[in-house]
Design a protein around this ligand. Structure first.
Ligand code: SF4
Length: 609
């Protein structure tokens, strides 16, 4: 079990029973750790049809083999569960320091099952693990609680918390860590809140067994040096993901006023140089990262500190709401983080409500007096609070997610609900980017960009092309990027710094003593991808092609203004992309993996088809 802690911690919140068990070696072999281990555990341990918010659902907190090692960016981990937002698979990754600490404490995964009768937090100090009373912390914000637990337990404890949104079962509540890092998507924080688990505090003092320490250190050092010598290191360290903002604006990909446009007339006021100059205080990195892309910021206007905004928050709390002041975006970011809301889903839900308001579908009575015009930052702040606390008719409605809200309100507003599979789309406009549209349609959690960031490929080969090659590119990316989520490391070193993919297999071989090739790792990643697809097939009655449908806006309505003015993807083009994709994946016309595909991937026995 070199490379792994070799144990998992099982915590039953219903009866308080806590046990350890060996990490199954054959599972690690077939699925790797973090995302892969989480998907396997979700498939095997959560019964079909489990209520996502009930005791039968489980939350798996898993580290990867590279987590906590010297490999560049080895600070990532995965939260896996059945999503209360979509009803299907949810896997959310987070950086920071937690993954290393869990591994040093001796665990590959923490399995949270059952539901506590009262608020508790999970205390782990190496082998000591116990549930402690958290009644006094219930209602606290994420930052406030993280600070309090560090004050009480010691600075070296790494903390993950849920805020009031998780307690109130907002369907897209996140899990917060390291004063501003979020496991954001799919409602992983909602599940933690439903289990009445307010926080996790971990301290570990152990090490990680390495098969060939000298060789692993040599590879890690070389990879690290490659990152340090990368041409883009300075600019990525200076601006982080915010540097994408201007590129998106210029390329018609910056979501603006609920994705009606891909260009924002106030764009330059939220570009990276303005951000750096106006509010950034210092750079902040995850464990072992050569490129501290995180930015800790201070808004004088609102007197708030926040990590961020990241690009996604900038897009979804800024341009997509018509808000063009970086300090207002920082404030919205801080509110979401403190309350424990995913900024992408919250932004998508508020943008939809603003469009409904401007189009006369929601009136001021329904908004409880808020003037919900695009650009109204004060109304945005108020609505974020109401969503997190489920206050008022609208706050409670939007807490359910945009798909549910639009179904409830109707009157054509379903067409403005920008989601796939019930997950609000992250911050890339896809009116004129067929690969990126397909990436959103087929991402295994819903409309999230991080499985396949294909928009640069669209721009390089022709944005509106509909070709099998584009589907192949999306599949290729869906294997590479999620692979890093299974290894427990960050992808930015590869994507943005150009660190070679050739480092990964030798590093894994030296770490684990198991001979890995790049093709072998990709094969495992494909296996995990198909398993997550089977989770959807099992959990969602009637799951099929319509669940991969694109948001109507991108296939029916032309973009307004900017470089993509008048563009949209005809519906038949989107369906043709899906045909290419299904065929190359070995799935049938309804998007269900064929038996021979499951056989080829070694999944047939596990999923019993
Ligand atoms: Fe964390 Fe950014 Fe480094 Fe990735 S590049 S590990 S997100 S600091």
């Amino acid at each position: 079990m070199d490379g792994y802690a070799g144990r998992m911690l099982r915590v039953n919140l219903s009866d308080g029973d806590i046990t350890t068990e060996p990490t199954p070696e054959e599972v690690i072999h077939d699925f790797l750790g973090a995302r892969g281990l989480g998907a396997y555990l979700l498939w095997t341990e959560v019964p079909q049809g489990a209520d996502p918010l009930g005791p039968d659902n489980k939350l798996f907190i898993s580290t990867g083999p590279l987590s906590g090692t010297l490999f560049p960016g080895a600070g990532k981990m995965d939260f896996t569960t059945k999503s209360p937002l979509t009803g299907g698979y949810a896997g959310a990754s987070v950086g920071g320091m937690l993954t290393a600490e869990i591994k040093y404490a001796g665990y590959d995964s923490i399995i949270l099952e059952g539901t506590s009768p009262k608020p508790v937090y999970l205390y782990i100090d190496d082998n000591a693990a116990e549930l402690r009373d958290a009644e006094a912390y219930w209602g606290m914000g994420s930052f406030a609680l993280e600070k309090r637990l560090k004050d009480e337990l010691g600075e070296e404890f790494q903390i993950a918390t849920v805020g009031p949104a998780g307690e109130n079962l907002v369907k897209y509540a996140c899990i917060s860590h390291d004063f501003g890092r979020q496991a954001g998507r799919g409602g992983v924080g909602t599940v933690m809140g439903a289990k009445k688990l307010k926080a996790i505090a971990v301290r570990g003092s152990g090490g990680i067994p390495i098969a060939d320490t000298a060789e692993f250190a040599r590879i890690a050092k070389e990879a690290y040096r490659a990152c340090k010598e990368a041409e883009l290191l300075d600019v990525w360290t200076r601006y982080g993901t915010m540097m994408v903002t201007s590129w998106c604006d210029e390329n018609g990909a910056l979501p603006t006023r609920n994705f009606q446009s891909g260009s924002f007339e106030q764009g330059s006021s939220i570009y990276a140089p303005t951000f750096r100059e106006k509010i950034v205080v210092t750079d902040k990195g995850c464990f072992g990262c050569p490129c501290p892309c995180g930015k800790y910021s201070y808004s004088k206007k609102h007197d708030v500190y926040v990590e961020g905004p990241e690009y996604e928050t900038n897009g979804m709390m800024g341009s997509d709401l018509g808000v063009g002041d970086i300090e207002d975006i920082a404030k919205a970011n801080q509110l979401c983080d403190e309350l424990g809301l995913d900024t992408i889903s919250a932004g998508g839900a508020i943008a939809w409500a603003m469009e409904c308001y401007e189009k006369g579908i929601l009136d001021r009575d329904q908004t409880d007096g808020l003037d919900l015009r695009f650009g109204n930052a004060e109304a945005t702040f108020a609505l974020i609070e109401r969503i997190a606390r489920r206050e008022g008719w609208l706050g409670n409605l939007l807490a359910e997610g945009v798909k549910h809200a639009a179904a409830e309100v109707g009157q054509g507003s379903e067409k403005w609900a920008i989601h796939v599979k019930g997950m609000e789309q992250s911050a890339y406009d896809t009116h004129d980017a067929t690969s990126m549209l397909l990436a959103y349609m087929t991402a295994d959690v819903g409309a999230h960009h991080n499985r396949a960031w294909a928009i640069t490929y669209d721009i390089s080969v022709g944005r509106d092309l509909v070709t099998p090659e584009k589907a192949a590119k999306v599949i290729e990316l869906q294997h590479i990027r999620p692979l890093m989520d299974a290894l427990g490391c960050c992808r930015l070193q590869w994507v943005e710094l150009g660190m070679s993919l050739d480092y990964y297999a030798p590093a894994m071989t030296a770490l684990t003593g198991v001979e890995y090739s790049w093709e072998n790792l990709l094969h495992i990643s494909e296996r995990v991808w198909n398993l997550t697809r089977m989770i959807w097939v099992r959990e969602v009655e009637g799951f099929g092609r319509e669940w991969d449908a694109p948001p109507s806006r991108f296939v029916e309505e032309p973009a307004i203004g900017g470089t993509t003015d008048g563009k949209f993807t005809p519906p038949e083009a989107a369906q043709r992309m899906l045909d290419y994709y299904y065929e190359q994946r070995g799935w049938d016309d309804d998007g269900i993996p064929r038996p021979e595909t499951l056989e080829r991937l070694g999944l047939a026995e596990l999923v019993e088809v």
